[in-house]
Design a protein around this ligand. Structure first.
Ligand SMILES: O=C(CCC(O)(O)[C@H](Cc1ccccc1)NC(=O)c1ccccc1)N[C@@H](Cc1c[nH]c2ccccc12)C(=O)O
Ligand SMILES: [Zn+2]
Length: 568
């Protein structure tokens, strides 16, 4: 009995009842979820086509590899690097190469550490040729079938189906409003980082008053900028919270990183990882087979079997990711006694926030010092600013990307964006919202969104934007419960059983109550809405510092200075 038959049977039973008139709220809530069949509403042949396309796109992404950058072999007479030689390898592959470099760990590492704009430009383009371009047509067909399934479930398109997970009318407007309140702080960070990159690479590479070329920000998608902390840190030579070296010098293994994260959860009185977790998780990239390396956490729905799949590298970024993934498992464990239909996050953003909330405490200089990963930490203003800046390269830099990914996809699902402007609309958003530009000209033959995991894998993305806002609401309330006094960014809830109890009370609800009620529980009735005040409070000192540093700089970017699109 394949899943969709099971689902269909349950669905048929559920729709036979006049459940909307039921008086018990919880039973009505159960039926409201049970009667949404999802993709299983498609006729069998179309369901088969849809799952086939999804598998093919995920395989393309996971197996994509590129050649090593080799400046010698492909110089044009002008001295420029001849990218096309790469992709015009003649039949006996003389000037071409054998693509051997996968995204993880190789390209991720190179994008993080290379300071050669030509190499970065090559890596940026070659990845999109290998991962994004090949799935453009498949994605368009996939969108058609996804919309058909959504309509069979009573939604206007797949985007409305996705947004229904947040259970409030006007969710789209809510997200837009949150972004409007956050973008001034982002623009301050963008202006400061751009000025530093101009210093490093010169104005020919980085326009002083324009968008930042996307290949220079330390990440394949320019979504987090922590890997260029070395070039941008406000007070070099003072305490820096990048403990990657300490992790390596102290011989940390991936397993030790997982144990360290688990101990933070248990210090709050929360659940340890079950035995099977340690036996069955895949925490390192295997050497004998190809796997999907993008991190994920799995609940096998039997109250016992929970696993993480992650190609862990020993560095600070992966220490944060480990907390993130373990946060998913912790949530799974806390709602395991709920009826099956309620075993889910109150909304998808809550699920993404759990691990990050603990990582906000675990990343503080004082906490890193207490676990021996940081030497003497002074309480100086400079150390504070260095720490807040490092956190902003992760949390503030991410906001526009977390916002624009599904703005683009919602427009594709609704038909506002079609095959004629698929890529150009992506770059309009990347330029207008994020202030980044492509390092090489883009055309409608390219499909750059397809080079980001969540598009071929069809994983919604606004959940991360919601998480990055709500995790600071959680942090503020848990710090209050822990009796913290002083600036929010210095709070460390480690070992606070009171904070743990509050978090347990909120997360154990699962999806049994609307997330607005879960927020009321978290804030003792103070609010039931997403609120940017806590994240703005947390970064308050940094904002003041940035505004003073940016005096005289253009805040924002002039759209006409970008090589936006040579659409052929
Ligand atoms: O994709 C992830 C982490 C992977 C995940 O844990 O969110 C994973 C994605 C996934 C979903 C479905 C199938 C395969 C992978 N989500 C989960 O594993 C998951 C588990 C339980 C419930 C919901 C999601 N992070 C995003 C956003 C992000 C960037 N930097 C970060 C730092 C901290 C937290 C998030 C991010 C990214 O990498 O672009
Ligand atoms: Zn996640």
């Amino acid at each position: 009995m394949i899943w969709s038959d099971f689902h269909r049977t349950k669905w048929n039973e559920a729709t036979n009842y006049a459940w909307k008139n039921f008086t018990t709220p919880t039973v009505r809530r159960m039926f409201s979820f049970l009667t949404v069949l999802g993709k299983a509403a498609l006729p069998r042949d179309k369901l088969k086509e849809l799952t086939g396309l999804l598998q093919e796109m995920k395989t393309t992404y996971s197996l994509a590899k590129i050649c090593r950058y080799d400046p010698r072999l492909r110089r044009l007479p002008s001295g420029d690097y001849d990218y096309d030689a790469e992709f015009e390898a003649d039949d006996d592959n003389q000037i071409g190469c054998i693509p051997t470099l996968p995204l993880e760990p190789h390209l991720t590492q190179m994008m993080a550490t290379s300071r050669d704009p030509e190499e970065l430009r090559y890596l940026w383009r070659a990845w999109r040729e290998a991962a994004g371009k090949p799935i453009r047509q498949k994605y368009l067909r996939f969108v058609q079938l996804s919309n058909e399934a959504a309509r069979l479930n009573g939604f206007s398109d797949a985007g409305e189906y996705w947004r229904s997970d947040y259970e409030i009318d006007g969710f789209r407007e809510e997200v837009e409003e949150l972004w409007q309140k956050l973008s001034p702080l982002y623009q301050q960070l963008h202006a400061y980082v751009r000025a530093k990159l101009v210093e490093k690479y010169g104005e020919e590479v980085v326009p002083r008053r324009g968008p930042i070329p996307a290949h220079l920000l330390g990440n394949m998608w320019a979504q987090t900028w922590t890997n260029i902390l070395d070039m941008t840190i406000p007070y070099p030579g003072r305490t820096s919270v990048d403990v990657t070296n300490a992790l390596r010098i102290q011989g940390y293994s991936p397993l030790a990183m997982f144990r360290l994260a688990e101990e933070f959860f248990t210090s709050l009185g929360l659940e340890p990882m079950p035995q099977t977790f340690w036996q069955r998780s895949m925490i390192q990239k295997p050497t004998d087979r190809e796997v999907v390396c993008h991190a994920s956490a799995w609940d096998f729905c039997n109250g016992r079997d929970y696993r993480i799949k992650q190609c862990t590298e020993v560095n600070m970024e992966h220490l944060v990711t480990t907390h993130h993934e373990m946060g998913h498992i912790q949530y799974d464990l806390l709602y395991r006694n709920q009826p099956f239909i309620f075993r889910d996050g109150a909304n998808p953003g809550f699920h993404e926030a759990v691990g990050d909330v603990l990582a906000l405490s675990a990343s503080t200089p004082r906490h890193l010092q207490s676990v021996g990963l940081l030497g003497n930490v002074d309480d100086s203003y400079e150390t504070d600013i260095n720490f807040l800046f490092a956190m902003a390269l992760d949390k503030i830099a991410f906001l526009p990307f977390g916002y624009l990914m599904d703005q683009w996809r919602w427009e594709v699902f609704s038909g506002d964006t079609s095959s004629s402007n698929l890529n150009s609309r992506w770059w309009e958003l990347r330029l207008g919202v994020q202030g980044v530009s492509p390092p090489v000209p883009r055309t409608e033959q390219d499909f750059d969104p397809g080079a980001k995991f969540h598009v071929p894998a069809n994983v919604p993305y606004v959940r991360y934007f919601v998480s990055f806002v709500v995790q600071f609401q959680f942090h503020a309330e848990l710090c209050k419960a822990a009796g913290h006094e002083g600036p929010l960014h210095r709070c460390d809830i480690y070992r606070s059983v009171k904070a743990g109890r509050l978090l347990r009370n909120v997360l154990s609800l699962g999806k049994s109550r609307p997330w607005t009620e879960a927020l009321s529980v978290l804030t003792s009735g103070r609010t039931n809405k997403l609120d940017v005040e806590p994240i703005l409070e947390y970064f308050g000192p940094l904002r003041t510092w940035l505004e003073s540093q940016n005096r005289g700089e253009l805040i924002g970017w002039r759209e006409n200075e970008a090589i936006v699109l040579q659409v052929t």
